[in-house]
Design a protein around this ligand. Structure first.
Ligand code: B1M
Length: 211
C-alpha cells in the first residue's frame, strides 16, 4: 500500500492516533503535500460521505474521520503555507449560519493565507451580521468568503451575501462563495463576485480579485 493510501485509509477509518505519523511518513517518502491532501485525505472524506449516505456509518464515525483529517492537515500546514502573510490585505472567512462543517473552510483559509492574505476566521455557524461586522471592523479587508456544505444552509449563504450587499460592503470587499452544494449559477443568482470549487482555486481567485 502506498503511503498516501495509508493516509487515506487512516482518515476513512478514523485512526486519530496514527495519522500524524502516517502523514509525516508520506512526506518523508517524498510524496507531494498537495497529493497527500487531495489524493489521501480529501478523497477519504469523499468515501466517508458516501458511506454515511448509504447508512454504512453514522455521525460519530464522520466526526472521528473529521478529527483525524484535521490532525493530518496540521502536519501538512507548514508545507502548504507560504511566507508572505498579509501582503494582499485581509480576508474574512466563515461557514454560514446553521452549518458546522469546517474542514473545507479551513483548507480555503490555509490556501488563501499561503497566497499572501491575512485571514480572519470567524469559525462555523456564523450569522450574516457577524460577516458584516467583521468586514466593517477591518478596513483593509478586501474579501469576504463564505462556505456552506449543506443544501439546507444554501439559504444562509444567500442571506449572508444579501446582508453584505445591503450593508454597502460591496464598496469595500469582493464576496467569494464555495462548498459542495454551491455552483457558479447559484453564486450568480445570489450576487456573489466569485465561486470556486476547491481551496486551491479559491486562493488563485482571491489574488485575481484584488489585483
Ligand atoms: Co456532514 N454532511 N453532516 N458532517 N459531512 C456532508 C456534507 C454530506 C454530503 C454527507 C452525505 O450525506 N453524503 C451531508 C450533506 C447532504 C446535503 O446537504 N446535501 C451531510 C449531513 C447530512 C450532515 C448532518 C445533517 C448529519 C446529521 O446530523 N444527520 C450534520 C449537519 C450538522 C450541521 O452542520 N448543522 C452533519 C455533521 C457532520 C459532522 C459534524 C459529523 C462532520 C463535520 C466535522 C467538521 O467539519 N468539523 C461531517 C462530515 C465530516 C461530512 C463529510 C463526510 C465530509 C465533509 C468534509 O470535510 N469534506 C461530508 C461528505 C462529503 O463531503 N463528501 C458531509 C472534506 C472537505 C475538504 O471538503 O468541505 O467539500 P469540503 O470543501 C471543499 C470544497 O467544497 C471547497 O474547497 C474544499 C476542498 O478544497 N470549499 C470551498 C469549501 N468551502 C469553500 C469556500 C470557498 C471555495 C471553496 O470560497 C469561499
Amino acid at each position: 500500500m502506498s503511503k498516501i493510501q495509508e493516509v487515506a485509509t487512516a482518515v476513512e477509518s478514523g485512526k486519530v492516533k496514527l495519522i500524524e505519523d502516517l502523514v509525516q511518513a508520506a512526506l518523508d517518502a517524498g510524496d507531494a503535500p498537495d497529493a497527500i491532501l487531495n489524493d489521501g485525505m480529501i478523497a477519504a472524506m469523499g468515501i466517508v460521505g458516501a458511506k454515511f449516505q448509504a447508512n454504512e456509518i453514522f455521525v460519530p464515525e464522520m466526526l472521528v474521520a473529521a478529527k483525524t483529517m484535521k490532525k493530518g492537515v496540521e502536519v501538512l500546514r507548514p508545507h502548504l503555507a507560504g511566507d508572505a502573510v498579509g501582503k494582499h490585505g485581509k480576508v474574512v472567512i466563515g461557514t454560514v449560519s446553521g452549518d458546522l462543517h469546517d474542514i473545507g473552510k479551513n483548507l480555503v483559509a490555509l490556501m488563501i493565507e499561503s497566497a499572501g492574505f491575512e485571514v480572519i476566521d470567524l469559525g462555523v455557524d456564523v450569522p450574516a451580521e457577524k460577516f458584516v461586522e467583521a468586514v466593517k471592523a477591518n478596513p483593509t479587508c478586501k474579501i469576504a468568503a463564505a462556505s456552506a456544505l449543506l443544501t439546507t444552509t444554501m439559504d444562509s449563504m444567500k442571506n449572508t451575501v444579501k446582508a453584505l450587499i445591503d450593508a454597502g460592503c460591496k464598496n469595500q470587499v469582493k464576496i467569494m462563495v464555495g462548498g459542495a452544494p454551491i455552483t457558479q449559477d447559484f453564486a450568480n443568482e445570489i450576487g456573489a463576485d466569485a465561486y470556486t470549487p476547491d481551496a486551491g482555486a479559491a486562493a488563485v481567485k482571491a489574488v485575481q480579485l484584488v489585483s
